[in-house]
Design a protein around this ligand. Sequence first.
Ligand code: GDP
Length: 435
Amino acid sequence: KPIVTLVGRPNVGKSTLFNRITRSRNALVDNFPGVTRDRIYGQAVWNGVEFTLVDTGGFAEDDQDFFAGPIRAQIRQAVQDADVVILIMDGKGGVSPFDRDLMTVLRSSEKPVLYAVNKIDGEEQEERLYEFYSLGIDVPFPISAEHGYGVSDLLDELVSVIPPSRPEPAEEMIKIAVVGRPNAGKSSLINRMLGEERLVVSELPGTTRDAVDSIFKVNDKSYCLIDTAGIRRKGKVTRKLEKFSIIKSLRSLDRCDIALIVIDAADGITDQDVSIAGYAHERGCGCILLLNKWDLVEKDKHTAKAYYDRLRLAAKFLSFAPAMTISALTGQRVSRIFSRVDAVYAQYTTRITTGQLNKVLGEALIRNEPPLHQGKRLKFYYAAQVSTRPPTFVCFVNYPDAVHFSYERYLINQIREGTGLTQTPIRLLLRQRTG
Ligand code: GDP
């Protein structure tokens, strides 16, 4: 079913609109009794067109947090998962910087977007719309989520822009970014991966003007290397035109599923490597750590392990990411990268059923009871996976702010172990439910 996602800053009326649209069918996807307020996914049908409505409301609890990196990333992800996005703005409050910020995210996504201006209760209030044209919107829809004004016009338009049936790509293409500090060997690795023996299907223009992605096949599976403009060796004599800048590396992280983090092992693991790994982690990519130039490292049977240990210590936050030693120069183990990529990607895109998730959560809660915190008895109600890439879980708690960081980490680890998501980043969002 097509996915329609509601975005907007806190308190613009997302959940009111969500309830209004999904109530029209009285069917709830989630079977948790008595919690309609906390629903994130709901089913709706309009003019015979069925769709799933997603409320991203829980991502930003208050205005202050809104610009924070992780929330932006979650919204971007939610947008990426959507077929159509509805941006809801506040007709009473007027245009806010948040709206502009969201517009940037939406425009870069190239998804169909409808713009709804809420809290307009009737025709006589439609002048509140005018300032929203300053955002460069062609057709803002005046609505009142609370009273229903304009909602049917919005839905008429919505079902007309929903793609008839979600076009499933004939085969899934894994998007890979190669990142690392200058001279770590990124270009060499890319050239290896796109080596002579492989068929490069095409170079596709990416989202930014100068970005070029390379699509290629290995064992009949398609992969896409992000941002390879000028990197690919066209002939034996042509030298690469453009080197990777850090900025370019970071930009490619926004579009990838899996980041290959290339580290110059001959040089040791540096702070810069760790901070690049940090960026990849923050963006929520699946990560594989590649200790490159292994041919240069003087080694005995303990060397690789010593490197892995050092890496784990320096980048604890990526302890779940597979690491391997390679040589882009000699090609050693480069071809094995693909099976690692496949394995991480499979986890990265996994959906865990609500039943399994709550079983794991329930057991974890029994094994290690949530401690009293700030005098509050913590109660965890249930959890649901709300998105993939990476797997993101929302857990409803009575006092989310009182959950200690270490207990949160405990739960994350339990979810990892219980669901087999051992090599992908996962996210756990705690949401308030009073109850
Ligand atoms: P980039 O800046 O990350 O794209 O790095 P390059 O691919 O341009 O590599 C920087 C230098 O390291 C070049 O001189 C490469 O030939 C060399 N290099 C890259 N990978 C390896 C490797 O695995 N072993 C050795 N010995 N040299 C490498």
